[in-house]
Design a protein around this ligand. Structure first.
Ligand SMILES: [Fe+2]
Length: 292
């Protein structure tokens, strides 16, 4: 099975490979570790720089029955071969380059600041943040820049490697309802929430967020809190320079939807448990309101 495309395409290729010569249904496979095996060889070739699906054990689908995003997580979904060719991304339009690039940066950031972070994966996460922050704006502004595309593609792959051993956290959990309820692209959903979840999380892990800021290219300040704040500002600057909308209201999310989105996000316990600070329903509402 050879998958070539963005995150959804690769996730489908992974699941098709897993379902060939296997009588398990998708429902049987849902959750962590329920897929019993895979008999077909699987090769994934990303055509966007963002998803990390080519290196992750995850496949994410929207269940039409309840309109929730659900995950099938299994080591058998990690491809046998990954082929990353940045030339495949040269024709990706600026808005998709921007959103997918911020998604990849978020994979690295949420792995590094994760409650279950580990030093071995931190190395990939730090380098992924550095590469993407330094090159994403150029890749958006000049899609034909092969050097910028190559660096962002490498950062995306590093982010994908973070997904298996550590995975994401609050940003991804809170972004899921934007995708399932309003069909916002995954990367855009993350970008809209990233600065606000960072601000919420910083008190729980201030020196790690200072390291994030340094990886993003910020100068160190007198203390960790000031350095961490520079990191949040840097993310806001990147989002603005990439032309990504900055507020939920800018993408037509109704203010009244916030309590329902908070209820849905709290169901994503497999990611919320990774967040460095516990997110209650009230916290989720406050984060969405700030992002609005
Ligand atoms: Fe993601």
């Amino acid at each position: 099975m050879l998958g070539i495309g963005g995150g959804s395409v690769l996730d489908v290729a992974k699941l098709v490979a897993a379902q060939l010569e296997n009588d398990q249904t998708l429902t049987d496979m849902l959750g962590i570790g329920n897929l019993k095996g895979r008999r077909k060889k699987l090769i994934c070739v990303p055509a966007t720089s963002g998803t990390g699906s080519e290196a992750s054990p995850n496949a994410i689908l929207v269940d039409d029955a309840d309109n929730q995003k659900k995950g099938i997580i299994s080591p058998f979904l990690v491809p046998d071969i990954i082929y990353v060719d940045p030339l495949l991304t040269l024709s990706v339009p600026p808005a998709i380059t921007a959103a997918t690039g911020i998604d990849a940066l978020t994979h690295c950031l949420e792995a590094y600041t994760n409650k279950f972070a580990q030093p071995f994966i931190d190395i990939y996460a730090i380098e992924g943040m550095r590469l993407i922050a330094a090159n994403i704006v150029q890749a958006v502004r000049n899609g034909a820049d092969e050097e910028a595309r190559t660096q962002v593609a490498m950062g995306s792959l590093l982010g994908g490697i973070c997904l298996g051993p550590v995975n994401t956290a609050g940003v991804h959990a809170l972004s899921y309802p934007l995708g399932s309820m309003y069909h916002l692209a995954h990367g855009l959903s993350n970008a809209l929430l990233l600065p606000y979840v960072m601000e919420f999380n910083i008190p729980a892990s201030v020196c790690k967020y200072a390291q994030v800021a340094v990886a993003l290219g910020c100068e160190r300040a007198d203390d960790c809190a000031k350095t961490a704040a520079r990191g949040v500002q840097k993310i806001r600057d990147l989002i603005r320079e990439c032309g990504i909308p900055a507020r939920l209201r800018d993408v037509n999310i109704p203010f009244e939807a916030i309590p329902t989105m908070a209820d849905d996000a709290l169901k994503i316990t497999r990611l919320l448990k990774n967040n460095p600070r516990e997110i209650t329903r009230e916290d989720a509402i406050a984060i969405y309101t700030a992002a609005y």
